[in-house]
Design a protein around this ligand. Structure first.
Ligand code: ZN
Length: 242
């Protein structure tokens, strides 16, 4: 297998891992307001935890580049929200605010995995061992991200298959971007801290503006606080272990 194919296959494995995030929802039969609130809270904690990782890695390479990337992330998400707000969206059977939230999480998570695709491709330039470590880390970290996506889609009535598919879809930039990032590593590597700041800020914004308000609306505040805190800590600890 040529090196380029290896990079693509590794990227594809990380993308497939994201679909595993839908699995826990095979065991959630009824979706009540409490489940909707709890799901949004867990998704928020997981996304905030993932942001810590992105900001830590980004600032370790370049602090101001990460900050500039973050500014671009604010502009991006405001523009995306504006576009979505102006349309009567449909996502499967869902319309209105629920559909907007579904589209937004898929867009934000898909865009955020572009930075991770660059990380995979660039890591191959550092040798097979480094590449395997980074790819494994990203693949495993994708599972709770798939869970975060499924936690937003499933309570709105999306099927299990749809949750798995959109989770997988959100990570498709990883194999697609990893290949050019590997082939032209010198051109791509400097973009990493910008991309990480961008992704982190877009995710924080999504949590604050879309996910937490719904979690509060549908459930008990203290419960939301507990679930966000615990899933945030779990995600940060999990990334440390990798
Ligand atoms: Zn990620």
């Amino acid at each position: 297998m040529s090196a380029t194919w290896t990079v693509f296959v590794y990227g594809m494995v990380t993308a497939l891992a994201t679909a595993l995030g839908a699995v826990p929802f095979a065991f959630v039969r009824t979706v009540s307001a409490r489940v909707l609130s709890a799901s949004n809270a867990v998704a928020s904690g997981l996304m905030l935890g993932a942001c810590f990782g992105l900001v830590a890695e980004g600032t370790a390479i370049g602090a101001w580049q990460t900050g500039l990337g973050g500014l671009a992330g604010v502009v991006f998400i405001l523009a995306t929200k504006r576009i979505l707000d102006g349309h009567d969206l449909e996502f499967g059977e869902v319309r209105g605010a629920g559909a907007r939230r579904m589209v937004l999480i898929v867009v934000v998570m898909t865009v955020h995995s572009i930075a991770e695709g660059v990380a995979i491709g660039a890591s191959f330039a550092g040798g097979a061992v480094l590449a395997t470590v980074i790819t494994t880390a990203i693949a495993v970290h994708n599972v709770p991200e798939g869970l975060a996506i499924s936690a937003v889609l499933r309570p709105q009535g999306a099927s299990l298959g749809a949750c798995a598919w959109w989770s997988f879809f959100s990570s498709l930039p990883q194999p697609i971007v990893a290949v050019p990032a590997f082939l032209f590593v010198d051109a791509f590597a400097p973009a990493l801290p910008y991309g990480m700041g961008f992704a982190a800020v877009a995710m924080v914004f999504m949590v604050l503006v879309e996910l937490l308000p719904e979690a509060y609306e549908e459930g008990n505040r203290a419960n939301v606080g507990v679930l966000v805190s615990l899933s945030l800590i779990a995600m940060v600890a999990f990334q440390r272990l990798l």
